[in-house]
Write a protein that binds this ligand. Structure first.
Ligand code: CMP
Length: 139
């Protein structure tokens, strides 16, 4: 059921710093099932479209440059209450404010380079998942 799914990306900073394995381990131990996953790199056009909601923000250019500078891991995760529980697992957008034990506290370096993305609503989880995966890539 769609309400039990969320979408995530392991961002270029975390990939560069060798944290793919550590982050996937946290995700699995927290009870999320990976129903789709790929290692890919966003083009400028992809990143501008994915983050269109932030296009008027002063950090938009920096965000697009960061998200396109290297590979990412994109995934759809399944669990009861997935969106809310995953946002709790990753912690606050700014790692300096993230709770102990959260993915951003453990692996992120700054508010811009914050290691992981997590959808903020069921509706966005569905949109973001469909942005990256076709139906036959979701299991
Ligand atoms: P996320 O919440 O995954 O999606 C929006 C992203 O914009 C956010 O992660 C950060 O990577 C980035 N972002 C949010 N606020 C700022 C900021 N003040 N400066 C730079 N980047 C930001």
């Amino acid at each position: 059921m769609i309400t039990n799914r969320t979408f995530t990306m392991i961002k270029p900073d975390a990939v560069e710093n060798g944290h793919i394995g550590g982050i996937l381990e946290k995700i699995s131990s927290a009870g999320f099932k990976i129903v789709a996953m790929k290692y890919t790199q966003l083009s400028t056009r992809d990143a501008e479209a994915f983050y269109a909601v932030h296009s008027e923000r002063p950090f938009f250019g920096e965000l697009v440059e960061f998200m396109t500078r290297g590979p990412i891991v994109a995934a759809i995760l399944e669990k009861d209450n997935a969106v809310e529980d995953f946002r709790a697992l990753i912690g606050a957008t700014n790692p300096a404010e993230a709770a102990e034990g959260t993915i951003r506290k453990l692996f992120a370096t700054s508010i811009g380079e914050n290691a992981v993305h997590g959808s903020d609503s069921d509706e966005n989880a569905a949109i973001e998942g469909a942005f990256h995966f076709s139906g036959r890539e979701i299991f």
